[in-house]
Design a protein around this ligand. Structure first.
Ligand code: PGA
Length: 214
């Protein structure tokens, strides 16, 4: 698998700010943009798209929800689930995450499952075994989000090892304060990619990250 760089916009940017970003960043084959639902259709098909969340239910009478089928219909290829901000502010549980994974896989969308440092076993216990190998896992320690320093290589390696006890050889990413100044320190860790938020919002700083990888 190529080294993926996922730009997670979170709940940022207006319509016109998104258009400016698109005008400044050149799509690359290893780049994915994770967007708020209203922005998904602004991107040309040269960009690979991700959702930041999905309904745990199929299409139907679930006011306010966006189903996996609706994301699939917009050409979405990946979807983040279980981000620590979803768990913290929306009280999302690992059981909710498992239902979302089921819906996504059923629609051919790859879940990017964010894992918290503690209780990896509990987080896996909630998932159906048959979906273990269908996800890309992303270690995103909440304490390391939104700063300038990543988690230590040792901490990242320890979680990678734990995940591999459940799914040997699975795709494993890291997210948390990744930027152009530290991305190279992560490359020797054998990761499948990185999830970037703060440093992706400014297209110039995001381009610098991409430049370090080319
Ligand atoms: P950060 O956020 O790059 O701002 O640390 C990463 C994320 O939460 O996806």
């Amino acid at each position: 698998m190529t080294f993926l760089v996922i730009a997670n916009f979170k709940s940022n940017k207006t319509h016109s700010e998104v258009k400016d970003w698109i005008a400044t960043v050149k799509p690359k084959p290893n780049m994915v943009v994770a967007l708020s639902f209203p922005h998904l259709s602004l991107f040309p098909s040269t960009f690979s798209l991700a959702g930041q969340d999905v309904s745990p239910f199929p299409m139907g009478s679930y006011t306010g929800a966006v189903s996996a089928k609706q994301l699939e219909d917009l050409g979405v290829k990946y979807c983040i689930v279980g981000h620590s901000e979803r768990r913290r502010y929306f009280h999302e549980t690992s059981v909710d995450v498992a239902a979302k994974v089921r819906e996504l896989v059923g629609s051919g969308i790859t879940p990017i499952l964010c894992l918290e440092e503690k209780d990896i076993t509990t987080q896996f216990a909630a998932l159906d075994d048959e979906y273990f190998s269908k996800c890309i896992y992303c270690f995103e320690p909440s304490v390391d989000i939104g700063g300038t320093t990543t988690a230590s290589p040792e901490a990242i390696g320890a979680i990678k090892q734990k995940v591999e006890q459940f799914v040997p050889g699975v795709a494993f990413m890291y997210g948390g304060s990744v930027n152009a100044d530290n991305i190279e320190t992560l490359l020797p860790l054998g990761l499948s990619g990185v999830l970037v938020s703060t440093a992706c919002l400014d297209p110039v700083s995001f381009n610098s990250i991409l430049a370090k990888l080319s």
